[in-house]
Design a binder for this molecule. Structure first.
Ligand code: HGA
Length: 609
């Protein structure tokens, strides 16, 4: 969330900074701003709204200067407004951008006000720039002033500080919110994600928790939490897919929905041999970690949580281990019980999800036998801090509503089921069947995508609706949850998901002709039970949209539209039934005219708790 970009160069950097913000905009888009130092003066431009508004302002009034910082915001403290947009300033000397939340901001604000500092925004961030300004009165450098400042901050921050009187450097600090340094030729950069800097460099070093760094054109000095100078490995970026471009697609979300066959094929490739999923899919030492696992605890948020919920059915049904799934923000703040031989699995597209990362750190303290992450970002904090990682090869996901990351997570979790199953006596036949299913997923997803036109027509029915209900059973229940989440995220239609056996325990009361009911109905062992639930809805005048296997024998009539989904096996069914639900939410959002890629109030890569 929120995007940070900073640069120290000999050339003017404003354009580089704004291009960086464009690439990070999906992480926050309520306001944007840039500040540069020119001839020892700070100039700043901020705008409410998207980066495009900032770019327009800079076109008419360009900013010159070789040292600068920029930010695209997802507000946590203070409404989205120009006044609250970053960079924030102190006394016209110091400028600061910040991702995260300063939890003790109120107390610091009062202290600083007592010292004569006047606050002009409602943000927690503003305390940082005044504190740095104050500390500079007794520090010998900007670096030491920032080091003294961060010692007083509670909460989370990725922050970049510049001082107009010292225009050759920027000081950056990380605690709980990621920052990456980009090394150029005679110029250096910082950003909250390497994606922002790909046009200017491919050499990156990730800061670790507690690091403070001093960046000049020629040099980067990094200090750890104790203040000791340290080296952080500089690596060439593995990001091959430059996601800056939507290509022929109208939205990133649609592009990413259509990329799923390719993303799945890439992710599965090289991870199966002799009809078995290789332990090495989860890292070099995975076999040693995985062989005695008897319990799996999965932690995730949002869409990743739905992938985890699906995997719980698989791990318990097929791999013979017990499995609990919990939302990260709940897990981290309660006492949970550690079962013997437990594996902790985190799932996160970005690898930086603040709650999930905190849950991982807690689990390590608790003594889990091993930790694993399923993640789409190779250098991310979750990957670096876990014993094992399953790297999804989905490519950058820019649409705020996750699509391809979800289906690739499901493929990874099915692979994990096969590997843990093998260590717990899963038959060779079942392992081979899973491998066959994995190999045929890309083609089957392609078939499901051909439902696009039919679903676009169906979406018209939803344009005037305010509520909807999604139903599924077994491992399709989390798919119903994911379908409901997609619809609410991008079309703002209230959508709830229920395990259909629960209908009679309450939600049936909601059924009427204004409440469309979406049902996912593969031809599995729960089909007859599901059919009874469908009849319960029909008997109460509900309007249903049933995504069903052609052999499931549902027929369209006045109260029910049946959309035939390509026949598929049980291993891939949750993944395949996800596709039409993604398309449905996309087309409903198009009709409603909402901002598909950047829905209101949301942002990608949730780096605040
Ligand atoms: N707390 C700061 C930064 C918010 C943020 O990092 N969002 O992802 C603010 O509200 O401006």
């Amino acid at each position: 969330m929120c995007g940070i970009v900073g640069a120290v160069a000999q050339r003017d950097v404003a354009e580089i900074l704004v291009e960086g913000l464009r690439r990070l905009e999906y992480r926050g888009y309520d306001s944007a701003g840039v500040a540069v130092i020119n001839n020892n003066e700070l100039s700043r431009t901020r705008r409410l709204g998207k980066v495009q508004e900032l770019a327009k302002a800079l076109e008419s009034n360009p900013l010159n200067g070789g040292t600068g910082i920029a930010h695209t915001r997802w507000a946590t403290h203070g409404e989205p407004s120009e006044r609250n947009a970053h960079p924030h300033q102190s006394q016209g000397d110091i400028a600061v951008v910040h991702n995260g939340i300063i939890e003790n901001h109120q107390k610091l604000r009062e202290t600083l006000q007592g010292l004569g500092y006047e606050f002009v925004s409602d943000t927690d961030t503003e305390v940082i720039c005044h504190l740095v300004h104050h500390e500079l009165k007794t520090s010998d450098s900007l670096l030491t002033a920032v080091q003294a400042t961060v010692k007083q901050l509670e909460g989370a921050y990725g922050t970049v500080v510049i001082d107009r009187r010292d225009s050759e450097r920027m000081i950056v600090a990380r605690s709980g919110s990621p920052l990456v340094i980009g090394y150029g030729l005679g110029e250096n950069f910082v950003a909250s994600d390497q994606l922002a800097l790909l046009p200017v460099t491919r050499s990156f070093a990730f800061l670790e928790e507690g690091d403070v760094a001093e960046i000049t054109r020629r040099e980067v000095k990094i200090f750890d939490v104790e203040g000791t100078q340290v080296e952080r490995e500089v690596k060439e970026s593995e990001v091959t897919h430059d996601a800056g471009d939507k290509g022929e697609y109208r939205h990133y979300m649609l592009k990413e929905i259509y990329e799923q066959p390719m993303a799945l094929a890439r992710t599965i490739e090289g991870r199966i041999a002799n009809q078995q999923v290789l332990d090495s899919a989860f890292g070099v030492n995975a076999e040693q970690f995985l062989k005695d696992i008897k319990h799996v605890q999965i932690i995730a948020c949002g869409t990743s949580y739905h992938a985890a919920m699906t995997a719980r059915y698989w791990l318990e049904d097929w791999a013979g281990v017990s499995c609990n799934v919990e939302i990260a923000s709940e897990f981290r703040y309660r006492k949970s019980h550690l079962f013997p031989n437990s594996l902790l699995v985190t799932i996160s597209q970005s690898g930086e999800t603040a709650d999930t990362l905190a849950a991982l750190r807690l689990a390590k303290e608790m003594g889990y036998k091993a930790t694993m992450t399923i993640c789409n970002a190779p250098g991310s904090s979750l990957v670096r801090e876990s014993d094992m990682s399953y790297l999804m090869k989905a490519g950058a996901e820019i649409g705020v509503a996750s699509t391809k990351a979800f289906t690739v997570q499901l493929a990874g979790l099915l692979m994990l089921t096969a590997v843990i199953g093998r260590h717990n006596g899963m038959s060779e036949q079942m392992q081979a069947d899973i491998c066959t299913s994995l190999a045929s997923m890309p083609a089957k997803v392609e078939q499901a995508l051909s439902l696009d036109d039919e679903i676009a027509a169906l979406a018209e029915d939803f344009a005037d609706k305010h509520h909807s209900l999604f139903l599924g059973r077994g491992d399709q229940y989390p798919i119903a949850m994911e379908g409901a989440l997609k619809l609410k995220e991008i079309s703002y239609i209230h959508a709830e998901a229920y395990a259909s056996g629960e209908l009679k325990h309450g939600p049936l009361a909601l059924i009427d002709a204004d409440m469309p009911v979406i049902v996912v109905a593969p031809n599995n062992e729960l089909l007859e039970k599901l059919k009874s639930n469908v009849e319960e809805v029909r008997a109460r005048g509900g309007l249903m949209y049933v995504f069903a296997d052609k052999d499931a024998e549902f027929a369209s009539d006045d109260t029910m539209k049946v959309i035939p989904v390509p026949h598929c096996d049980d291993f891939m069914a949750p993944l395949i039934y996800t596709i039409p639900l993604q398309l449905l939410s996309y087309h409903v959002a198009l009709i409603k005219g909402t901002d598909v890629d950047q829905p209101r109030n949301l942002a990608k890569s949730v780096t605040v708790e």
